[in-house]
Design a protein around this ligand. Structure first.
Ligand SMILES: [Zn+2]
Length: 405
């Protein structure tokens, strides 16, 4: 049984309180915790090498984190390694918990997780309306249901993360524009916080999923990667030189709105010529409906038609693939990731895109950026919700998790 975090008597003068919901210590201590979270069990000397901190500073931070019950030292006296014991350290992942929620157009998924975003409880509920009051009501309901599932462990929850697609100002806690939810300037953080007595973090859904991939997925072995989601929209999370790119104005990696397509179609963002006008799932199905004169055709039927070899259906998918490849090459030329992870709802149909994506990418990518790998990976909605929980933990580590009340 892990004791709930307590900090009485241990804080240095001026240091922030370290109850759940706030950063328990200095940036150096949190840097050490983040490193142990990502790479533990890990020897202290390796933490020092990775963070650039002195061994003395790491030892001090480890002592502080151990005192708070956030990490533990492995007893490896029986290790066959001769010489000085290495004593790797790892996080006590259940010492802090997080709630993560992702909002889709017709449903909400929520998870309660450990610090390593391992899921303890998971629930989802349908969404009857995307009007902000109805969504906030449902989000609050999911948060309270998850807290009930946790029972007495709920006191270790540091915050709730809520992610939506679109233009999200994480620092201000505002969804500035979400075309899919038809939201504009919604103060989501404050609205959810009013209903739940927890610090709340709002984030763009792809950026939140990128944080989870950074820590517990592709980012473990990669110094820079891009995660591109294809589906109803086309999003892109960037992890560059050891950090997820947020953009000074909250916008970065919006490859779905690169103006690379012909200008005859209007995008959901109100502009013309965006990649999404050709390559989003709705653009593909619209093109096939028009070609087949079947306005009621579903995406599933369109996929079946393409798989059966229908030329017009295949052409719509291949045109989308070429557009996505062009967008990926543009992004790779600018950012230079070692890996591009293709994810999102349409990844289940990626066989219909893949060849054209790679061809267009190879055609337009510059020089050695061609070495960038493109890997498809499917994520469950639970994975997306885990991303929101990871966003909470990240805010805890960088000291931005506050109640904002
Ligand atoms: Zn657009």
């Amino acid at each position: 049984m892990i004791e709930p975090p307590r900090t009485e008597g241990g804080d240095a003068p001026g240091s922030p309180r370290s109850e759940p919901g706030s950063s328990p210590d200095s940036p150096a201590v949190m840097t050490v915790l983040a490193e142990i979270l990502k790479h533990g069990p890990i020897p202290r000397i390796e933490v020092a090498r990775r963070t650039g901190l002195s061994q003395g500073a790491v030892t001090k931070a480890v002592a502080r984190l151990t005192e708070q019950g956030l990490i533990s030292t492995h007893d490896n006296r029986r290790s066959p390694t001769p010489g000085r014991p290495v004593q790797p350290v790892s996080v006590q992942e259940e010492a802090r918990l997080a709630i993560g929620i992702t909002i889709r157009v017709d449903e909400i998924f929520g998870v309660a997780t450990t610090m390593r975003a391992n899921v303890l409880h998971s629930i989802h509920r349908p969404l009857a309306s995307t009007a902000p009051p109805a969504v906030v009501e449902s989000v609050a309901g999911v948060v309270h249901q998850l807290l009930d599932c946790l029972g007495t462990d709920a006191e270790r929850v540091v915050g709730a993360g809520v992610a939506v697609s679109g233009d999200v100002d994480k620092a201000a806690g505002i969804v500035r524009d979400s075309p899919r939810l038809n939201w504009s300037a919604v103060s989501l953080r404050d609205l959810v916080h009013e209903r739940c007595d927890l610090p709340v973090v709002v984030d763009n859904d792809v950026r939140a999923l990128t944080i989870a991939e950074e820590w517990f997925g592709i980012g473990i072995d990669s110094g820079s990667f891009a995660m591109v989601t294809i589906g109803a929209g086309i999003g892109c999370g960037l992890y560059v030189n050891g950090d997820v790119v947020e953009g000074d104005h909250g916008i970065a990696g919006e490859i779905g709105h690169l103006p690379l397509a012909p200008g005859d179609l209007l995008c959901t963002c109100g502009r013309r010529g965006c990649v999404e006008t050709v390559a989003s799932s709705s653009a593909i199905v619209h093109a096939i409906r028009a070609a087949k004169n079947d306005p009621l055709m579903t995406m599933r039927e369109a996929v079946a038609l393409a798989r059966a070899g229908d030329v017009e259906a295949r052409t719509a998918f291949e045109r989308a693939g070429s557009m996505i490849g062009l967008a990926l090459a543009t992004m790779a030329n600018l950012v230079g990731p070692s890996v591009i992870l293709v994810a999102g709802e349409s990844v289940t149909n990626y066989d219909l895109f893949e060849r054209r994506v790679r061809e267009a990418f190879d055609e337009h990518v510059f020089g050695s950026a061609r070495a960038c790998k493109i890997i498809a990976r499917s994520h469950t909605f639970e994975d997306w919700a885990r991303g929101s929980a990871a966003s909470v933990i990240r805010s805890m580590l960088d000291g931005t998790l506050t109640t904002h009340s």
